[in-house]
Design a protein around this ligand. Structure first.
Ligand code: FEO
Length: 397
């Protein structure tokens, strides 16, 4: 076990090899950790478990470090299988052990395991004394599951925040002051962009609620990645920014192309943006990591999406990223669509119609160019880039 504070220990699993999470939905270039915590106060409390493929190793470790027979009760902050997945193994050894979770948590555990265990449901503001510490519970409904909850220890001043403030980032060190700061930032923003963006409005309100509770927080210990020990409030402040229309100083141009015309259109749009002082990054969607693209879209101050037309549609990679933009409820940024075609030319119109269902802001009509465009044709792309740049500037003013 690794000591986190006077009474809190990390007893989780490092998953160095993990490269895909949520099935194949999310890339995890730096692995991940499943942070299970043991509180050794007058009572011994286990907070969250690990993903079920690691159940055996975890149980063996927990038995050696704590002794399953010594655990007084379990707190499950969230029941996605990466945190509640080893619960049945523990209950198998201790069927009577109390499980503290939210009302939704109980429903989810029952739906996963189909067992009538010793549930004790809690809600925001409820607390349990375990000796020096009171455990104080804060529900986070739908951030990002119905059951999500945080647990605060008032003596150790530790916030066990579960998924919130986490990162898919496996390191030998478990603390933010001992890791590469650029890496932790990259993994934290990727985690937010890919998992939490759809819940931004709720996150902004929840941060206000937690701030109003006036908890003295000295350590934030999430359920993935490193623990925020040095300046822990920095990640709450950063989440407050990310949850409120965040953008950085660049536009993103994402395209897919068959014979290069749509790539050249992307280049002309970039020149139009540059003529107005807007920096842009270009990505070929077909050969880019989807989770990294979602992160770039989250950070960008404008989006241009382009595909040539095949079988009356955009190329598959562009259909997928367009779907992801909708699914992540991407909002507030100006957008533009484009694409080359031979005879029907539906791709750019399709993307434009899809993005029209979001709260993104259309900066210009779709740009469509036929077969091999001329220098004159590319001026339409340049002009569209200029319009996108003007939309960014209008947004900022
Ligand atoms: Fe890390 Fe929502 O599970």
């Amino acid at each position: 076990m690794i000591k986190v504070s006077e009474n809190v220990y990390w007893d989780g699993i490092r998953d160095w090899d993990l490269r895909l999470f949520h099935g194949h939905e999310l890339s995890t270039h730096r692995g991940s950790t499943y942070n299970s915590y043991v509180i050794k106060d007058e009572k011994t409390v286990l907070v969250d478990t690990v993903w079920f493929p690691h159940k055996e190793a975890y149980l063996e470790k927990l038995q050696e470090d704590v002794g399953i027979e010594n655990i007084d009760f379990i707190v499950i902050n969230h029941n996605e299988p990466d945190h509640g997945g080893a619960l049945d193994a523990i209950i198998g050894m201790r069927p009577e052990i109390p499980i503290y979770c939210t009302e939704q948590g109980e429903k989810i555990i029952r739906a996963h395991f189909h067992k009538d265990w010793n549930f004790k449901t809690v809600k925001t503001g409820d607390s349990i004394n375990i000796g020096k510490n009171n455990l104080i519970f804060v529900e986070m409904k739908m951030i990002h599951w119905p059951d999500s909850m945080m647990t605060y220890l008032d003596h150790d001043k530790v916030l066990l925040s579960n998924d919130a403030f986490g990162q898919h980032y496996c390191t030998k060190s478990l603390f933010n002051d001992e890791v590469d700061q650029a890496e932790i930032y990259q993994e934290a923003i990727k985690y937010y962009a890919n998992i939490l963006t759809p819940f931004s409005a709720m996150i902004a309100r929840k941060i206000d609620e937690v701030v109003a509770m006036d908890l003295d927080i000295r350590i934030i210990a999430p359920s993935h990645g490193v623990i925020w020990r040095e300046n822990p409030l920095q990640i709450i402040e950063t989440y407050a920014k990310w949850a409120s229309g965040y953008s950085e100083d660049f536009a993103v141009i994402i395209y897919d192309t068959m014979y290069g015309a749509t790539l050249r259109m992307a280049g002309a749009i970039e020149e139009g943006l540059a003529s107005k002082g807007v920096k842009a990054k270009l990505y070929n969607c077909a050969v880019s990591d989807m989770s990294d693209l979602i992160t770039e879209i989250f950070k960008a101050n404008a989006i241009a999406i382009g595909s040539c037309t095949v079988n009356n549609s955009p190329l598959t990679s562009i259909v997928a990223i367009t779907h992801e933009i909708l699914a992540h409820k991407t909002a507030g940024k100006p957008y533009l669509t484009f694409g080359s075609f031979g005879w029907s030319g539906e791709a750019a119109t399709y993307i434009d119609a899809e993005l029209g269902k979001t709260k993104l802001k259309k900066a210009a009509e779709p740009v469509k160019l036929k077969y091999t465009p001329t220098k004159e044709d590319f001026k339409q792309c340049f002009e569209a880039g200029v319009k996108l740049a003007e939309a960014i500037k209008n947004d900022i003013q």
